[in-house]
Structures are given as structure tokens and as C-alpha cells.
Write a protein that binds this ligand. Sequence first.
Ligand SMILES: *[C@@H]1O[C@H](CO)[C@@H](O)[C@H](O)[C@H]1NC(C)=O
Ligand SMILES: *[C@@H]1O[C@H](CO)[C@@H](O)[C@H](O)[C@H]1NC(C)=O
Ligand SMILES: *[C@@H]1O[C@H](CO)[C@@H](O)[C@H](O)[C@H]1NC(C)=O
Ligand SMILES: *[C@@H]1O[C@H](CO)[C@@H](O)[C@H](O)[C@H]1NC(C)=O
Ligand SMILES: *[C@@H]1O[C@H](CO)[C@@H](O)[C@H](O)[C@H]1NC(C)=O
Ligand SMILES: *[C@@H]1O[C@H](CO)[C@@H](O)[C@H](O)[C@H]1NC(C)=O
Length: 413
Amino acid sequence: MEHSGGCRSVTRATSLLSICIILLLTFFPADTSAHNVTKILAKHPEFSTFNHYLTITHLADEINRRETITVCAVDNAGMSDLLSKHLSVFAIKNVLSLHILLDYFGAKKLHQITNGTALAATMFQATGAAPGSTGFVNVTDLKGGKVGFGAEDNGGTLDASYVKSVQEIPYNISVIQISKILPSPEAEAPTPAPSQLNLTALMTKKGCKVFADLLIATGALTTFEDNADGGLTVFCPLDSVINGFIPKYKNLTTEGKVSLLLYHGVPVYSSMAMLKSNNGLMNTLATDGVNKYDFTVQNDGAVVTLKTKLVTARLTGTLLDEQPLAIYTINKVLMPKELFKAALAPAPAPAPEADAPKAADSTPSAAEPIAPDGEPADQTADQNDASGLRSKVGAGLLVATLVSVWLGTFMSV
Ligand SMILES: *[C@@H]1O[C@H](CO)[C@@H](O)[C@H](O)[C@H]1NC(C)=O
Ligand SMILES: *[C@@H]1O[C@H](CO)[C@@H](O)[C@H](O)[C@H]1NC(C)=O
Ligand SMILES: *[C@@H]1O[C@H](CO)[C@@H](O)[C@H](O)[C@H]1NC(C)=O
Ligand SMILES: *[C@@H]1O[C@H](CO)[C@@H](O)[C@H](O)[C@H]1NC(C)=O
Ligand SMILES: *[C@@H]1O[C@H](CO)[C@@H](O)[C@H](O)[C@H]1NC(C)=O
Ligand SMILES: *[C@@H]1O[C@H](CO)[C@@H](O)[C@H](O)[C@H]1NC(C)=O
């Protein structure tokens, strides 16, 4: 009897393990997207410069995230022409994003365009960086099997032509070569460095005036501005949200107020695509040695949430997403445990570190030694790989916890 009961438990535990693994795959999908444009182009050394700039502008992440996309690559000679214009990296990003068409054009479709001509929407237009209705590319099937390409804002001139197909994965991604970079006055226009942007004016205009005013009043703004060029992500609580929080805010010391505000900034650039694909711990501008002031980014499908031990906030909008600066709105004020310990404690008695809640807390803190404790200013794009690793370790720990909890439940039955 006991023997067969044990077997049943093991079988059930095994099927629960499968359920856990399925859950893991559902909530923590592997970082591998359907395609990897960096890898595709790496096989062709003549596109190494183009490939390099896709990476440093983070356009590669955006391309990998999307489906039904066409990348119009130019060879190293074509890229030299672009680089000789000495544009800022922000303008180069705009120019290259004009070369990413949000539709699938394989060699076959290029020669079978309905009515012989089409305007394709591009990533330049989709990111909102393109003014007005610019950011479209005219693709026209010309005589003799030629296909011409031109930026719509370039007076209808088809400057470039189709050279060859580099790789097609229908209908996810098509990488084609075109003869030269498409000239576009709009895309090449000087883009102000992010440090030149008036952050508070932007926030004020888009529903985060209270947060902006607090940044100015406390002087915390300087820290945000200092990080703007090197990479910065800001999560702004909307006015309605922060207004309700003011009693708690007023209760903080002057130093606490600054820390709370700095807690809403992360000293690395995180595009929406990166937030959606990299779950894990994030250090903030308030992080200072033993005071971690970190939170966890977790996404569930299209929804990105930020979790502290006290509150889970949801991203509700994007004010700006232009490398190296991203500003999002959130629906709750992030409360760090460092400032609101009292709210965490189970009893008002000043008991030193109650034992019971510790067990529940052990999973996140077990992951902490893996997180790099470097200076926030030292964090670079590599941080994203690190947070990817951390999210996997975190997911692993979560599964281990789930499995042991389930096993424990069934062993005791
Ligand atoms: C295209 O993308 C979808 C969704 O990501 C994926 O399931 C499919 O396998 C991809 N197709 C190819 C041929 O890679
Ligand atoms: C894409 O491929 C490149 C080069 O092979 C690799 O370094 C990078 O990690 C890959 N990216 C993803 C998201 O898998
Ligand atoms: C093709 O041309 C016809 C006649 O000029 C027009 O009615 C139709 O809308 C065009 N189709 C597209 C996809 O532009
Ligand atoms: C594309 O450009 C050509 C040449 O200037 C023009 O004849 C054609 O109408 C344009 N196509 C569209 C869809 O605007
Ligand atoms: C930025 O905008 C704010 C209004 O939000 C204004 O008070 C401030 O003077 C501006 N700063 C600069 C440097 O223009
Ligand atoms: C302010 O702080 C005191 C002492 O920590 C606490 O008892 C009180 O609840 C706090 N008030 C608010 C509005 O958070």
C-alpha cells in the first residue's frame, strides 16, 4: 500500500514538474527570438559596418522583436558615405531606421508590387522620430527588372536600387541589399543630444508635472541630467498617482525624498523591447553600496511591471524612447523597502528581523550575490546581458522553489 502510494506521488510529482516547466516556458520565454539579424549579417563581412551600427543603436533588438520586416542593408562602401557626413549616433540611428521596412519584401514580392509602386512604412516613422508623415520609403518596380528605392521626403527621386537578397525567412524577415543609403533630410537632421533635452518640460507636457516639480524642488534632477547621455531610463508616476502619495512623501526626510525620486531612474537605456525581453533585477540611481534600492522588472505578455517588495507598478505609456534615453509612465509610485521598512514589518513592535517573513523573502535575496554591484555609472549595454542571465537564474530559482513546494505538498499527503 505504502509502496504504491509512494509511486503515485512520484508520478504526480513528475507531472507537476512538467507543469512547472511549461509554466516556466510560458512566463519566462527563452531570449531567442524567431530571428537574429546580427547573426544573419555576420555571415556577410561586406555588411560588417551596417551590422555594427544596428547593434550600437539597438535597432537590432527592435528588428529581432518584430515579424514581417525587411532590412535594406548597404555594404561597407555605402556606410562610409554615410559616416563621412559625421552625423551624431542619434541621427545615424534615424537614418538606419529608415532602412527598416515594416512589411515583408522578398525578392519575389519586390518584382510583383501591385500597380508597380508602393509606399512602405519604416521604423523611422514608427518610432515617432520622423516629423509629420515623413518616414515612408517609395519602392517602385522599374523597367528591365530593376527595383528603385527612395525616401518619400526626397522629392520622389529613387536614389537606390535593389542589389540582391541576403537572406529570406518568409514571412518573418527579409534582408536585402540596396545600392546605397537613402538620402533623407528629415532622418539626417541634427538630433539634439539627450542632455540638451529639457526633461522636466517633456514630463510636464505629458502628464507627469508633479514628479517633474519634485525633481526640480529637491535638486534630484541634476542626477537624472548627468546620466542622460550615457544611458537613462525614467519611470514617471502620473500626476493623479503621485498626488495621492504626497502624504507619505511629506513624511520622508529630505534625504529620503531624494532617494525616492532617484529610485525612479535607472542608469542604463532600456527600450520597450529590452524591458519586454529581459526580466530581472535593476539597480537604480538611488543604489548606493549596501542600500540596494533595486526592483524587479517582470513582463507578462505585453504588460511590463516593476516590482518592489511593497508595490507592483505597471508601465502605462512611453514619453520618449530614443537611445540612450527612455521615459515611461507608471501607474504607482515605486516604494523601496529601504524607505518603507515599517510598512513591511508584520507587527509594529521593533522586533529585529522577524523570522517568519524571511523564508518568503529568501528567493530574491538568494539571487542577489549574482547581481553585479558595480558603480551605476559603469553600467553599459553589457548590463543587458547580465540582467538576462540574472533573469534566467531567477527563473531557475523560482522553478526550484515551486518544485520543492509541490514535492513537499505531495510527500506529506
Ligand atoms: C516566424 O516567427 C514565428 C513567431 O516568432 C515563429 O514561430 C516561426 O517559427 C518563424 N518562422 C520561421 C521560418 O523561422
Ligand atoms: C544574435 O547573434 C549575435 C551574434 O551571433 C549574438 O552575439 C547575440 O547574442 C544574438 N542575440 C540574441 C538575442 O540571441
Ligand atoms: C492600383 O491602381 C488602381 C487603379 O489606378 C487603384 O484603383 C488601386 O487602388 C491601386 N491599388 C493599390 C494597392 O494601390
Ligand atoms: C514613387 O516614386 C515614383 C517616382 O517618383 C512615382 O512615380 C510614384 O508615384 C511613387 N509611388 C508612390 C506610391 O507614391
Ligand atoms: C525646462 O522646463 C522647465 C519647465 O518645466 C522650466 O522651468 C525650465 O526653465 C526649463 N529649463 C531650461 C534649461 O530651459
Ligand atoms: C509617517 O511616519 C510615521 C512614523 O514612521 C507613521 O506612523 C505614519 O503612519 C506615517 N504617515 C504616513 C502618512 O505615512
